[in-house]
Design a protein around this ligand. Sequence first.
Ligand SMILES: Cc1ncc(COP(=O)(O)O)c(C=O)c1O
Length: 423
Amino acid sequence: MTEASRPTLPRSGRPSADVIADLATKRNADVRWADGRAFGMIYHGGPGVDEVAEQAALLYLHENALNTRAFPSLGEIQSEVVGWTADLLNGPSTASGFLTSGGTESILCAVLAARERAAYKRGVTAPEMIVAESAHAAFHKAAHLFGITLHKTPVLGDWTADVAAMAEAVTGNTVLVVGSAPQYPQGVIDDIQAIAALAADGGFSCHVDACMGGFVLPFAEMLGREVPPWDFRVDGVTTISADVHKLGYAPKGVSVILHRTRELRRYQTFVFDDWLGGFYASPNLQGSRSGLPMAAAWAVMQHLGVDGYVDLTRTVLENADRMRAGIEDVDGIRVLGDPRFHLLAIAADPEADEPIDVFALGDELATDGWFHDRQGPPDSLHATVSNSNSGVIDDYVGAIGRAVAKIRGSEADDRSTSYSTID
Ligand SMILES: Cc1ncc(COP(=O)(O)O)c(C=O)c1O
């Protein structure tokens, strides 16, 4: 931004109606998630869920969870949301955790706890962690921030983590091994039992990234779907992240980080008692913490209850099944691997007579408002299917069939992928 183009705050304030009208206009170019055409980023639980979240958000617009002595209600909200989640994830009675601002922060907390635990218990001073190449980029961010050497291991042909390669990467300095349930790029669940066994044998931590699956897999199991073992029933799993702001259908800004025991949870907290400002204890990476997402998550979870989540999950899984089947019927594209739940990746079918460019396909779909993140390698279009996409799957399958026919033989100039951006 040049100095000339730098925006300046108006000297006199403006009427609220004008300000809000401007904000509404700014949103015009944003993805049309309310039409159900975005496969990711926004997860919409329906009008009843919106209403309860909005009312809770208004009540807690100004509250600060920095100090739960000042706001004991937020302390209660936190322990109740964490407790309900621990219950859903089959945590033992000792399980405990905190609310964070999202999946990335939960992952950062888990990695930090693993490092601190290994330092305290085993004297590890040059910590290392092992993650498959499919694990979320937040683990790389954590390794970077916390000075941990990250060993990136390959995935197998079915896109799950190659556990034998992980085992080979274990050293005396390993503090953490990671499994995903499911992983983001192709939506498959790693062999959590085998990954957690490495941790149990080696005396280090095992994090299960269930940011996407935490509020789907428990209900899928209740619906009788086959769900491979992934939660605290698996020995060796020490921490799990589960995002209420994804398929838990709360508005953005809230995730749960769970530890198997309260003792393990201690390694993620920061306590400092040598400051002129007084005693400082911090559960996660934030200082001041908005009460809004915490209260909205509490309200949404109470409003839905287990039955509400089971109903939403039934719909989500039906949406995803129909979408996969529809894509498989289109000549030229295919779903990568065999994802059974709500995430999938669409790629060119190498066996098709005339392979197509999926990035050109993504561009064509976008002209009609359908939004996929572009990812790779390999070049593919990401879809996280949720209740947001209810009622549009048949339209989508028709649209992708037409789009493939239209872009056959053409190539997108822009080959970039952007899961997230800076500007
Ligand atoms: C598997 C997985 N882990 C972690 C994250 C990070 O979550 P957040 O964007 O809330 O920080 C995501 C986000 O999509 C994810 O899919």
